[in-house]
Design a protein around this ligand. Sequence first.
Ligand SMILES: *[C@@H]1O[C@H](CO)[C@@H](O)[C@H](O)[C@H]1NC(C)=O
Ligand SMILES: *[C@@H]1O[C@H](CO)[C@@H](O)[C@H](O)[C@H]1NC(C)=O
Ligand SMILES: *[C@@H]1O[C@H](CO)[C@@H](O)[C@H](O)[C@H]1NC(C)=O
Ligand SMILES: *[C@@H]1O[C@H](CO)[C@@H](O)[C@H](O)[C@H]1NC(C)=O
Length: 482
Amino acid sequence: MRESALGLLQIRSHRDMKKKKKKRDQSTTVVIACIAILLLFFLFHFNFSIISTINATLDRKRLVPKSIRNGKIVHPPPPPTPTPRKSTRAEEISCDRAHHTYDICSINGPTVLDPAASTFFLMDPTSRSISTPQKPLVVEKVRPYARKSENSTMSRIKEVTLVAGPRSPKCEIQHNAPALVFSAGGYTGNFFHEFNDGFIPLYITVNSIFPDQEVVLVISKARDWWISKYKELLRTFSKHPIINLDNDTTTHCFPSATVGMISHGFMTINPASIPSSKNFTHFRAFLGKAYGRSHNLQNLPKSRPLLVLAGRSGGVGRLLLNQNEVKLEAEKVGFDVTVFEPTPGTPLKEAYALINSSHAMVGIHGAALTHSLFLRPGAVFLQVVPLGAEWVAEVCFERSARAMGIEYMEYRIKAEESSLMDKYGKDEMIVKDPAGFRGKKWSHEAMAIYLKEQNVKLDMVRFGKYLKEAYLKAKKFMDKGQ
Ligand SMILES: *[C@@H]1O[C@H](CO)[C@@H](O)[C@H](O)[C@H]1NC(C)=O
Ligand SMILES: *[C@@H]1O[C@H](CO)[C@@H](O)[C@H](O)[C@H]1NC(C)=O
Ligand SMILES: *[C@@H]1O[C@H](CO)[C@@H](O)[C@H](O)[C@H]1NC(C)=O
Ligand SMILES: *[C@@H]1O[C@H](CO)[C@@H](O)[C@H](O)[C@H]1NC(C)=O
């Protein structure tokens, strides 16, 4: 599994090759950054079920069109909003495959889903009459996950079919809101990817295609732990029960359906590409809507700004070896410090309440820093960047933090602060020139060294100055009444 993920580094389609070199380098690095984190996930969280078996006992007989079904077909009411264009049947199924990272397809009219076949049938208005000559079959297939160019990832994403003709199956449950179909497979299992490849693309898709409209979420690989972990967020996306594409046994009708997720790139929401110009500030507000119901944290006036020290535990690399010293120093400069060591089981509502009430957050680059999405605009975020992790630090967390109006600060460690120096010596290229050592590609070896082997012991004289600066900014933020 790990080998195949690494194999992605070599993937370059002919079409990509023709694109501008700069763009290519960027996308390569983006893929690499993600793989780096994915690798860590595979190494340490492999206990999640990666491949769940598809229930083979599902009844597929329903798929066989039966002409004698006519008369029993339940026709849905017209869609709540008028379909934008009246078109031929072929045009009612449309796909946009022009993007580098995703494909997205829609049925722009009443449709029946047969989950057993992962197929949306365009509901045939003429199917009541068996005498109507059969129209040509239109078939589109799409894997609803925004990692189009990664063959090995995509091979694990369930393919969904959209067809017009010859006959749609009988409708058993009628929904009045359109279906939005996506996969919670892929990189799910790593907190960073659950946002980067899950909720951020989902947010973009909902706001691009269904602004101010309810949707029914139809999800593949919607595992129980995932649904439970993200229940508040999922409920904010849709108040309708989730339809599980992997084991549902009933047919469902919708006024229309969209299959796929739109991505704007790594941790990116591009307002110019969304009709309602949604940006990261809106996304953060959306998270607030999901988690903002609790008032269990005392909102007592504070005299000292609250700093969340995001720790990494469990021997997964990039440990802060002198965490306690950092905590004491942060207290000395004036912070109240809470050490936050999230696990996959940490309730997000609690994490949100804590981070939303804090004035600053400090941590070493790693998936836990995805919690920076919960910081309030104006709060301080100080990312500690280990050797060799400059680019992943930027694309994973700096971009989104800046887009949310967070006071972003970065502390790049020096060789002396890295455990790699003890191990390899300061004259080794690994230590002296990580970018040169790593080259353009993150090899398996480079990932193991920089992201797994490396621990950090901060120079408290130098880091203390950053803490002091973070304190002054956080204090200013607090004094504004935050
Ligand atoms: C990935 O899949 C596409 C489409 O099937 C194919 O054209 C391409 O060569 C594949 N790339 C690799 C590296 O296997
Ligand atoms: C389908 O799978 C989900 C997720 O594993 C599970 O929660 C649900 O109970 C299953 N439903 C049926 C009908 O088996
Ligand atoms: C988040 O912070 C804002 C502003 O202080 C507050 O209004 C909101 O209730 C907080 N949400 C939670 C869940 O604590
Ligand atoms: C996001 O949009 C809001 C409202 O339109 C705007 O006030 C805010 O400045 C935008 N944020 C950024 C970072 O552009």
